[in-house]
Design a protein around this ligand. Structure first.
Ligand code: HEM
Length: 384
């Protein structure tokens, strides 16, 4: 992977060229998004059918939002449709990724290493049983590329597990924070609902449709909560290799071949970009002010999806999934902390360093209440 670094002949630029077009905005991506949101809609309809339902929010998201995503990417034979593999993923993600990435010996994280082995075996079986034939074009192209590079199948199984870090590990905390901030702030919930409700079209009693085109055009609050979640919780860092010697700021010599890590939090918490209230979560900063003008920030000041050559190729897919998930949830459900108490303040000290966003240290127990007066049947989503 380090061969021909900084040139188009390097592994990563060639992988991007061969694969990432499948995630570009357009009809192919709309099919992927529609499939994911269809699965989420079924999950929500199932919840509505059960009436008032308590869940642990982060865990619920992992078993439903992550699985809707992996099912779309890996196809109907997705290894994560089996709860035992989700459990293995949770163990590996929570206790293995950072520890092994930092080079800790395997005996210190035995359970996580065992869980990783379970996932390697699950992907091996997936490939042997022909799961790839029904996978998304994006994943098919990725695996075709690995095979063309003559990567052995055992390593492709391992790469598939590593790839799922990119597909899932940032999506989950983003989905969590969006829902947490929307529901824990009554004014935010009211604004989101008012904007969304004007876009629901009805076809008789049995069909209610919300379109992604409408959300992109006419739901500024929802989009502002997404941006503010990236700003406030986005703490990832972009690892890069210096291609030549560089004297930074006249003081620090970065040697060719040295690693440079640029933590997003530096830009995300810079008062020069965001103002004195930089340490507060305030989605309103992304809405037009009373004078109708929008906040002007430096284009590099918001790095939720990274930047430059490694800018997240899944950003259009993830944005559609997240906004539509929030739309369907806020239109159809009230969500209250279990026991009717206040939404808790959450600490984030244990967050995985490989993720781009912080994660809560504790899960939050919530209760889904189907909204009174809302017809829960026949919801669907149009991508255009
Ligand atoms: C809210 C959800 C997501 C967030 C916040 C996110 C964020 C990021 C970030 C920060 C990077 C690293 C960029 C850099 O180094 O500058 C990245 C890379 C990547 N993401 Fe995402 N991502 C999300 C969802 C997804 C999804 C759903 C997919 C797949 C469909 C995906 C596929 C990838 C891939 C393949 C890379 C590696 C790109 C490379 O190495 O050049 N991401 N993402």
């Amino acid at each position: 992977m380090s061969r021909d670094l900084g040139t188009d002949r390097n592994f990563l630029p060639r992988l991007h060229k061969a694969v990432h077009g499948a995630l570009a905005a357009g009809p192919e991506l709309n099919v992927m998004s529609a499939h994911t949101v269809g699965l989420l809609e079924r999950t929500l309809s199932d919840l509505a059918g059960r009436g008032t339902t308590p869940v642990k929010l982060y865990d619920w998201m992992r078993r439903n939002v992550m699985v809707a995503t992996t099912n779309t990417i890996f196809g109907p034979m997705d290894p994560f449709q089996h709860p035992a593999n989700i459990d293995a993923w949770i163990e590996f993600e929570t206790n293995g990724i950072s520890a092994l990435g930092m080079g800790l010996p395997k005996w210190m994280v035995r359970e996580a290493v065992k869980a990783r082995e379970t996932l390697f075996v699950a992907f091996d079986e997936y490939f042997r049983r022909g799961g790839l034939a029904q996978a998304s074009t994006f994943f098919q192209r990725r695996i075709e590329f690995y095979r063309a590079e003559q990567i052995p199948q055992g390593d492709i199984n391992r790469l598939a597990v590593a790839d799922n870090i990119a597909f899932s590990t940032n999506l989950l905390p983003t989905a969590f924070w969006l829902i947490y901030h929307i529901y824990s702030d009554p004014e935010c919930l009211r604004l989101c609902r008012t904007e969304l409700e004007s876009g629901v079209t009805r076809d008789g009693e049995s069909s209610q449709v919300i379109s992604y085109g409408y959300i992109k055009e006419s739901c500024p609050t929802l989009q502002a909560v997404l941006r503010e979640s990236f700003r406030f919780h986005g703490f990832g860092f972009a690892p890069r290799v210096a291609l030549e010697d560089h004297m930074l700021d006249g003081r620090f010599l970065i040697k060719k071949g040295g690693y440079v890590f640029t933590p997003y939090i530096v830009q995300h918490r810079d008062p020069q970009n965001w103002g004195a209230d930089v340490d507060e979560f305030r989605f309103q900063r992304f809405l037009p002010g009373e004078d109708g003008k929008r906040l002007k920030h430096h284009p590099a000041a918001l790095r939720g999806f990274g930047y430059g050559a490694h800018l997240c190729p899944g950003r259009h897919f993830a944005t559609a999934e997240l906004l539509l998930l929030c739309a369907l949830m806020t239109l159809r459900f009230d969500l209250k902390p279990a026991g009717g108490s206040e939404w808790p303040q959450l600490s984030v000290h244990k967050s995985l360093q490989v993720a781009a966003l912080e994660q809560p240290d504790q899960d939050v127990e919530v209760v889904f209440h189907p909204r009174e007066g809302v017809n829960q049947n026949g919801w669907s989503v149009r991508m255009a």
